[in-house]
Design a protein around this ligand. Structure first.
Ligand SMILES: NC(=O)c1ccc[n+]([C@@H]2O[C@H](COP(=O)([O-])OP(=O)(O)OC[C@H]3O[C@@H](n4cnc5c(N)ncnc54)[C@H](OP(=O)(O)O)[C@@H]3O)[C@@H](O)[C@H]2O)c1
Length: 284
């Protein structure tokens, strides 16, 4: 199976390339922003030449607050980019995998969202990703929409200049005061685990559609920060604060944990986020 990974030097893309490379039944082709730009159809000829069986599109504008200021940027990459990739994927008969987000949900459910729940994004980033999902669904012959959440991986999010785990570690090293919200709940997810699961998933050739792919369990950002220092065995004080104390531009769902309902029905189980977090530190 020939797999083209778009955004190959991104946080998730980096682990996808590594994991697919380890398995000789896959031929992985890493594509970075230098190789193609999802917003510029003229640059997508490389996909027509490569003719991959699967395209994994991780390219995104991931800056949630900046998306409020520059909605056209978010929509350009996350939605129009998805449309462009869906068109090419259909043309070359490739399976189109669009990586999406828990931020398509509004957070009002108060319990983990499954694939049957209706999206209702409350910020520009979430809406642009939801538009990307709709383009993917309606313009691809064969597609998977894979929703992930609160990612951390060794490459760090390029668009954010790192990930939450590394930011916490850096703050502690600098001796800064650490305050983290305890009223926002989510599914912290290790990019290596997404990559491993996505590989197994593609091997199973499941029916096309939407799938959630996050580590098991959920927690508040405060609990997550505390777990980081527990695993590291560092004595660091983490102060709980409320989200309204952070003056952020974008509204965020209070509860965006996901449930991998359809993945589990396929027999694919992802481990608990604490176990994954432990491996993240062991590997570093
Ligand atoms: N990070 C999270 O917590 C999180 C949570 C939920 C969902 N997601 C989704 O997961 C996916 C991966 O996120 P990530 O954390 O790996 O982000 P990332 O590290 O910022 O990776 C995004 C990649 O996309 C590339 N890219 C950006 N614009 C592009 C364009 N116009 N054409 C081609 N490539 C472009 C970037 O390259 P350059 O930097 O060189 O532009 C980068 O390699 C995204 O779809 C995101 O929406 C992320």
């Amino acid at each position: 199976m020939k797999v083209a990974v778009i955004g190959a030097n991104g946080q998730l893309g980096n682990d996808l390339v590594e994991v697919f490379k380890e398995d000789s039944s896959f031929e992985v082709v890493p594509l970075t922003h230098k190789d193609l730009d999802v917003t510029i159809p003229d640059t997508l000829g490389i996909l027509r030449e490569l003719k991959p069986d699967v395209i994994i599109n991780t390219a995104a504008y991931v800056r949630v607050d900046d998306s409020e200021l520059y909605p056209e940027k978010a929509f350009h990459v996350n939605a129009i980019g998805a449309l462009n990739i869906a068109r090419v994927a259909s043309e070359i008969n490739a399976v189109n995998v669009y990586i999406s987000t828990d931020y398509v949900f509004d957070g009002a459910k108060g319990e983990p969202y499954n694939e049957e729940d209706n999206p209702n994004p409350i910020n520009v980033y979430g809406l642009s990703k939801y538009a990307g999902e709709i383009f993917t669904r309606n313009y691809s012959k064969k597609y998977y929409i894979v929703r992930v959440a609160s990612l951390y991986g060794k490459a760090g999010a390029r668009g954010k200049g790192g990930n939450f785990v590394d930011f916490m570690v850096q703050k502690a090293r600098n001796g800064e005061e650490i305050k983290v919200v305890d009223d926002m709940f989510m599914s912290p997810t290790y990019t290596k685990d997404v990559a491993r699961t996505l590989k197994k998933f593609l091997e199973l050739n499941p029916v096309f559609g939407i799938y959630h792919m996050v580590n098991e369990g959920l927690c508040s950002w405060y609990e997550f920060a505390k777990a980081i220092f527990e695993i590291l065995e560092w004595k660091v004080e983490v102060k709980p604060i409320k989200s309204n104390e952070l003056k952020r531009l974008a509204k965020r769902p209070r509860f965006s944990a996901l449930k991998n309902k359809k993945l589990e029905a396929l027999g694919l189980k992802m481990r608990h986020w604490r176990e994954a977090l432990r491996e993240y530190f062991e590997k570093r």
